[in-house]
Ligand binder design. Sequence first.
Ligand SMILES: Nc1ncnc2c1ncn2[C@@H]1O[C@H](COP(=O)(O)OP(=O)(O)OP(=O)(O)O)[C@@H](O)[C@H]1O
Length: 398
Amino acid sequence: MNKAIQIRFQTPLEHFTLDVDISIPATGVTILFGPSGCGKTTLLRCIAGLHPAKHAHLRINNNSWQAEGVYLPAHQRRVGYVFQEPSLFPHLNVTRNLLFGQRRSYLPSQNQSHQRIDNKSPAHNDNKSPQRNANKSPLSLDEVSQLLGISHLLQRMPEHLSGGEKQRVAIGRALLSNPEILLMDEPLSALDYATKAEIIPYLEQLHARLSIPIIYVTHAISEVESLADHIVLLEKGKVTAQGPIKEMLLDLSAPLAHFTNAGSLLDAVVDHYDEEYDLTAFAVDGGTLTVPGNIGLPGAQKRIHLSASHISLSRTAASDSTIVNILPVTILEISPADKAQCNIRLQLGDHSQILARITRRSKDQLALQCGEQLFAQIKGVSLVKRLNSHAHPAPLGL
Ligand SMILES: Nc1ncnc2c1ncn2[C@@H]1O[C@H](COP(=O)(O)OP(=O)(O)OP(=O)(O)O)[C@@H](O)[C@H]1O
């Protein structure tokens, strides 16, 4: 994995010290996840240069933004920042709000002027040549409007936009500033359920079509399932776990496996649509999963979420059951989830793993053991709407 963003900040807060030292991939969405007040926003603000930290080291690709003796001021950091509240300029229409982002855009040809905070070591760009995105042209107003589905709103004033439309304009404004990293601080938390559902596909499009890294703060596990490639779990200013989302969901010692709605993610490809029963069959590693509805054309790649508590286990593949999704699995690991239940990590096919949650009593009654071959009866398959980048045209400029 290309881990090209190094983030190290140590700064005292009111009740604890934010003490983070992580490397995250230079592409895709990294989710910062943790309880209220654990330091997520402060970490974003440190990255943006808006919160001072005594001990700091921040490297984006080959550029040092902050280190001993190096401090790139906030206005020179190529950061797109999207907040909970869209905060558009009320007196400017959508186009002019978007162009405001473009006006403060940092063009690749400009030189970064690092501010030295002592005489020890100058800021530097190891790459020698200009920045990583230097050969990528900034997105145009048209591209951004299309990407976010706001082309028809360009002449509107903010007061005539819905909450979701305002937030899409705010995201567009951040993108037009030609950022090297996009920071999104709970961008959906102020929106109602329906509006969240409306906006998530646009975020998925961003993820699929832009090559800049996105650091995304959320409390919502559904956003984690839809958007995350990588996750960093924070608690009281410290990182308790981090890693690729698929692995983290399956790590029985990590916090995600202990959530009530723990589950796993599978890559799936549409195989065929059964018109008579309105069912779509997906090819997954180790078999086929069938989902109601006409989900996509054959070959379309999707992400599927399997809730651990919707998977039961049996020794035989029941032919007299109403459950249509039954796949052969092998037990890899059994671990307590809480007092009554345990998590079971299962091998599916050659390369995939899924998580099941059953009662401890069932586990004891069946005397389940690691290595045993069983059948997973999957009662609910939720499609995470996310589109895989391979199903898309070429990525846009950034
Ligand atoms: N400038 C500051 N100086 C000292 N303490 C601060 C400062 N800013 C925030 N804090 C404190 O740091 C802690 C973390 O706040 P932060 O907003 O980063 O948490 P969060 O995880 O983003 O919370 P939420 O999910 O509720 O938005 C809080 O206890 C907060 O009161």
